[in-house]
Design a protein around this ligand. Structure first.
Ligand code: B16
Ligand code: MG
Length: 219
């Protein structure tokens, strides 16, 4: 079994609870289009790119839009999303997330971000944690949405490490699948009933320490 040398973190749902803002903004947009969707259906939008998220919502409502209208709706959703994000303070980091990152850095583990969001850098800056990351792979540099492993493979490449020596922390089904497809070790953040395929599942980064993750995965 390969030694664990680093961690790659998803952003939304792992480090910060921006999922609630994505949900509010998508829900408002969907209602404008006469479509309703539940929090359960919203699980399918987690970790998925902006474009694919809108496409899923339109499919649920069996609506087709022209490309220009599609672009306009994506921009509208992002404007609403950013209104929520800009009001967010450092305290919006999920419990234990910053401590976990700092402890990981103290252990000399490599630290990367693997997020589908095009707003990832802005959010890391607002939380004042950007310098903790040796590489930031986000929605501005990937072409394939999770469950494609591209985002994490690019992270591994940037950190110059093999996937099997890196642990991916993910809250979404698509993200855990992406990590597994890429050959990474996995920690699911959320509920065991949803993230069954992850090697370890905890409800948050406050429930485990970096040393415990390494010990449990090496067991
Ligand atoms: P944006 P993650 C993902 O972030 C979100 O989970 C997903 O809901 C969102 O659609 C996607 O980012 C794109 O975000 O519209 O900001 O580019 O979980 O991969 O950090
Ligand atoms: Mg996520």
């Amino acid at each position: 079994m390969a030694t664990i040398k680093g961690f790659i973190f998803d952003l939304d749902g792992v480090i910060v609870d921006t999922a609630k803002f994505h949900f509010k903004a998508w829900h408002r947009l969907a209602q404008d289009l006469g479509i309703d969707f539940s929090e359960e259906e919203n699980e399918q939008l987690k970790g998925v790119s902006r474009r694919e998220s809108l496409q899923k919502i339109l499919d649920w409502g069996q609506i087709k839009l022209s490309e220009s209208e599609f672009e306009k709706r994506m921009a509208q959703k992002n404007d609403w999303y950013l209104e929520f994000v800009r009001e967010m303070g450092q305290e919006e980091a999920l419990p234990g997330a910053k401590e976990f990152l700092r402890e990981s850095a103290q252990l000399d583990l490599a630290i990367g971000l693997g997020s589908a969001s095009k707003n990832a850098r802005l959010i890391l800056d607002l939380l004042e944690i950007t310098p903790l990351f040796q590489t930031i792979i986000d929605g501005t540099v990937v072409s394939q949405s999770k469950p494609d492993p591209e985002v994490f493979l690019k992270g591994a490449e940037a950190l110059q490490m093999e996937p099997k020596s890196l642990v991916v922390f993910e809250d979404s089904l698509a993200g855990i699948e992406a990590a597994r497809r890429g050959g990474f070790r996995t920690v699911g953040i959320g509920s065991k009933s949803i993230l069954q395929d992850a090697e370890i599942v905890v409800s948050g980064l406050d429930q485990i320490s970096p040393v415990e993750v390494i010990n449990q995965l090496n067991f």
